[in-house]
Design a binder for this molecule. Structure first.
Ligand code: URA
Length: 219
């Protein structure tokens, strides 16, 4: 897997990452969602440089402009619910993409420190020969991403896979890299050092789903 960590080079992206991490600023959930969306737009732009391009003639009112346009049939798949703002950001740029959604959540069977990933809902078009973009804002253990990949297998073999994530833990990045082939790409805005014993990224930002959409009902 080719890993593109956009934090390797300082850019305006750092402003948006620092705002979603900031305990005060992140209280504004509209701003939190919009910042995730903006990060999705930047990651999508970077990812677009790895697509295939064909020359096309575009007629303007005054002449013809020869332009390289991407020719990939893109399917954008996001993991509910935290993936929704990231999905929107990517869809702002890949507005011709088909869309897939999957619910993959952590089921804590015995104690808060151990869990299994449960996939319950999946809506997906045919993936055969297409460019699959898998979006999940937090790549913590990497298990949801791998479970998603497994659940999508009956829908066909994509030509290429791009994973898009906002913040990852090194452990999750390594886990995902071990499960995808060397032609796959990971586009990620920041990689943090550790996970806590509940599987949250440290320093991370907290729970991305709760920050975007409100607290889950505690059972
Ligand atoms: N999901 C989150 O929302 N935050 C984490 O730190 C890890 C997984």
């Amino acid at each position: 897997m080719q890993i593109h960590n956009l934090s390797d080079h300082p850019s305006i992206l750092n402003t948006f990452i620092s705002q979603i991490r900031d305990i005060t600023i992140q209280k504004d959930s509209m701003r939190f969602r919009r910042n995730i969306e903006r990060i999705g737009e930047i990651l999508g732009y970077e990812l677009s440089k790895a697509l295939n391009y064909n020359s096309q003639n575009i007629s303007t009112p005054l002449g013809v402009s020869e332009t390289e346009l991407h020719s990939n049939a893109i399917v954008l798949c996001s993991i509910l619910r935290a993936g929704v703002p990231l999905h929107n950001g990517l869809l702002n740029y890949f507005d011709g993409a088909e869309n897939a959604f999957i619910s993959a959540y952590r089921h804590h069977k015995h104690n808060p420190e151990s869990f299994e990933i449960v996939v319950e809902y999946l809506a997906c078009p045919n993936l055969e020969g297409k460019t699959l973009i898998l979006a999940d804002p937090m790549l913590a253990t990497g298990q949801s991403m791998v479970a998603t990949f497994e659940a999508l297998k009956p829908f066909g073999v994509p030509k290429e896979i791009h994973i898009v994530s906002v913040i990852g833990a090194q452990k999750g990045v390594d886990y995902v890299a071990g499960h995808f082939n060397k032609n796959s790409h990971l586009w990620i805005a920041a990689i943090d050092k550790t996970l806590n014993d509940k599987g949250y990224i440290i320093p991370g930002l907290g729970d991305a789903g709760d920050l975007a959409f409100g607290n889950k009902l505690q059972q």
